[in-house]
Design a protein around this ligand. Structure first.
Ligand SMILES: CC(C)(COP(=O)(O)OP(=O)(O)OC[C@H]1O[C@@H](n2cnc3c(N)ncnc32)[C@H](O)[C@@H]1OP(=O)(O)O)[C@@H](O)C(=O)NCCC(=O)NCCS
Length: 203
């Protein structure tokens, strides 16, 4: 759809992926170039795109997977968190808040490492995200020139949390909260999206 909006015909749309599996557009002559990244969990697929910057996105349903109890879940995932992150999860007011904290941390780590194109090959403990104070550190320092955008998608009684990480350049790094105007976030039913795509490509 992004390429269609740039006037690229279906036959000219070409994609490849890096050695570590990150897909990218190889269609020639896209100016400015489009970077994109995809994430999916349960019933939700999300895509983020950007021009002239590396981008990564991750989304997860806020719930305990499978038959995990909260304790077993935190024990299983805890070694991917820093000491400060574990402390934030442990000091949450209740289990719901602890899960929210955890999924902000996890999706921020994944979005950042997916923007780098490395994914789980990057030691997640090198990335520390404090979702209470909205501070993200890599190797103990704020990385330069990044924008992290938190978002929430509610589908019925399911809550999904996610983060978009973009290397925008410059010295400043910002964390955009999940609250507030998110005109960049468009939520569509898959059936509507596919119907629109089919109609566009038939023309
Ligand atoms: C990328 C990765 C973190 C995805 O984890 P996940 O939470 O299970 O999945 P998500 O739904 O968030 O993202 C999946 C999407 O990320 C994209 N993706 C795949 N590899 C990626 C990478 N290295 N960087 C960024 N994005 C990647 C794909 O579009 C994929 O969608 P697909 O499964 O439909 O093809 C994980 O697969 C990973 O670490 N891959 C790298 C593996 C690696 O380093 N291999 C080296 C051996 S060659």
């Amino acid at each position: 759809m992004l390429l269609h909006a740039r006037g690229v015909s279906l036959g000219a749309m070409e994609f490849s992926s890096t050695e570590t599996g990150k897909p990218f557009i190889t269609t020639q002559g896209i100016d400015p170039p489009i970077a994109f990244n995809v994430s999916h969990d349960n019933g939700l697929v999300v895509m983020a795109s950007s021009t002239n910057s590396n981008i990564g996105i991750d989304v997860m349903k806020v719930s305990l997977p499978g038959r995990d109890t909260f304790i077993s879940f935190v024990e299983a995932m805890g070694d991917q968190l820093t000491a400060h992150e574990r402390q934030l999860v442990a000091s949450a007011l209740n289990q719901a808040q602890a899960l929210e904290h955890f999924f902000w941390m996890w999706t921020a780590k994944e979005a950042y490492t997916k923007a780098l194109g490395i994914g789980l090959g990057f030691n997640f403990r090198r990335v520390e995200f404090d979702p209470v104070n909205n501070i993200l550190l890599v190797d103990g320092m704020v990385p330069k020139g990044w924008r992290f955008s938190k978002f929430v998608v509610i589908q019925g009684d399911e809550r999904y949390q996610g983060v978009v990480a973009e290397s925008v350049g410059g010295e400043e790094t910002s964390i955009l909260p999940e609250t507030g105007p998110h005109e960049w976030l468009v939520v569509q039913k898959a059936s509507n999206f596919i119907r629109d795509a089919v109609q566009k490509f038939e023309c």
